[in-house]
Ligand binder design. Structure first.
Ligand SMILES: *Cc1c(COP(=O)(O)O)cnc(C)c1O
Ligand SMILES: [Zn+2]
Length: 372
């Protein structure tokens, strides 16, 4: 396995101290073994995302995973409500740190452990930092987490509770990333970035492998995916590529990316048929987890959405709040960011003729307690 620049194709070893290519391009991961074993009946008893170890990095080092796993993955998929059997919710709020970020964090931390890292740095709007902090604790790695000072109090406390060293940054999400990178470079620390390091996407791709098996060896017509930096979306797309390559599926679901209308750079770029995502204004949104004004992998996000025939939805603050209310009225408590996914579902129902006949999966990917 090695890193390969998405832009110019230059390769770097996994031991590189660089987090992106000299040309400015971001890394993809090349050479992850795709062993068909993942679908064998003998693996069905493994009730975590490590069921998919044959298609993950470290397929040959099960002990790495065994020492790190907190039982993350294999989250329930259940029908949203009676009368809508084709609409299912994937409950990633069952994760150890209560968001889907555990999928990526466990794989990225396994890499750090394998490299012998003793201290690492992450930056996050909240949930990624929490997930990395938890796995760093488990791996006995010192962890610095940078987060915007405006991050909700509960998420900041959750990060600290795992023993991570929290650095709050006044300013934007982008200022926070810059502060983290300064520390990485000044102290030559491992950059446990869920955005830059492609090992994170190896973890998030299991979201789609799980859905495939939970639906009995098929995928739905549509996957609704929240999109800030695109870590779930790009992981999902990688899984689609792999499942096709392995002959498990012949067609793909549409990737339907969800943004908050008040911070919608991907929506704007998609609507204007651009190949790249320009920074947008963040006008303020309750969906803090997807409020990313300048996503670093914007070009890849657009490629993924377009190649599945998907589209981008922008949901208003009113729609997000109404969605949260409706979910709660149905016994489902998600953090406010995650209500945006359901708001997009309702918007699609209103806007697209025939949408009601399609099978859809939307994620409940952050627990309600995070924003209650
Ligand atoms: C991180 C997160 C998102 C957005 O994920 P990106 O990787 O930024 O696209 C959405 N919902 C929740 C609950 C999150 O934690
Ligand atoms: Zn390059």
């Amino acid at each position: 396995m090695q890193y390969i620049c998405h832009q110019c194709g230059r390769v770097y070893p996994l031991t590189t101290a660089k987090y992106k290519c000299a040309c400015g391009g971001l890394f993809d991961l090349q050479g992850v073994p795709l062993n068909a074993d993942w679908a064998s009946p003998s693996r069905l008893g493994i009730n975590s995302l490590w069921r998919y170890q044959p298609v993950l990095p470290f397929a040959d080092a099960p002990e790495l995973a065994a020492g790190l796993s907190l039982g993350e993955g294999m989250t329930p998929l259940f029908p949203y409500k009676a009368g809508l059997p084709q609409v299912a919710a994937k409950a990633d709020y069952y994760m150890p740190t209560l968001s889907f970020k555990d999928r990526g964090a466990v794989v990225l931390t396994a890499l750090a452990k394998k490299l012998g890292v003793t201290a690492m740095v992450a930056d996050s709007s909240g949930n990624a930092g929490t997930a990395i902090a938890a796995y760093a604790a488990r791996a006995s790695i010192t962890c610095h987490v940078f987060a915007p000072a405006s991050t909700s109090e509960k998420k900041l406390r959750q990060i600290q509770a795992y023993g991570a060293i929290l650095h709050t940054v006044e300013g934007s999400r982008e200022d926070t990333a810059q502060a983290a990178i300064r520390m990485v470079e000044a102290e030559r620390l491992f950059y446990a970035s869920h955005i830059y390091n492609p090992f994170f996407y190896e973890g998030t791709k299991t979201y789609v492998y799980e859905i495939y098996q939970q639906l009995g060896g098929r995928l739905p017509d549509d996957l609704i995916i929240p999109t800030g930096n695109g870590t779930l979306l790009l992981g999902a797309y990688k899984a689609l590529l792999e499942l096709k390559q392995q002959g498990a599926v012949s067609s793909w679901p549409r990737l339907l990316a969800v943004q908050a209308a008040n911070c919608a750079p991907v929506y704007q770029a998609f609507a204007a048929e651009k190949a790249e995502v320009a920074a947008a204004l963040n006008l303020g949104t309750s969906a803090e987890g997807i409020a990313i004004a300048a996503p670093s992998r914007g070009e890849q996000i657009l490629e993924a959405i377009r190649s599945t025939g998907g589209r981008v939805l922008a949901v208003s603050e009113e729609e997000i709040l109404a969605a949260q209310k409706e979910l709660l009225a149905n016994g489902i408590s998600v953090e406010i960011t995650s209500a945006a996914n359901f708001a997009a579902f309702r918007q699609l129902e209103r806007e697209e003729v025939g949408f009601g006949c399609r099978s859809v999966v939307f994620p409940l990917c952050g627990a309600g307690l995070k924003s209650l």
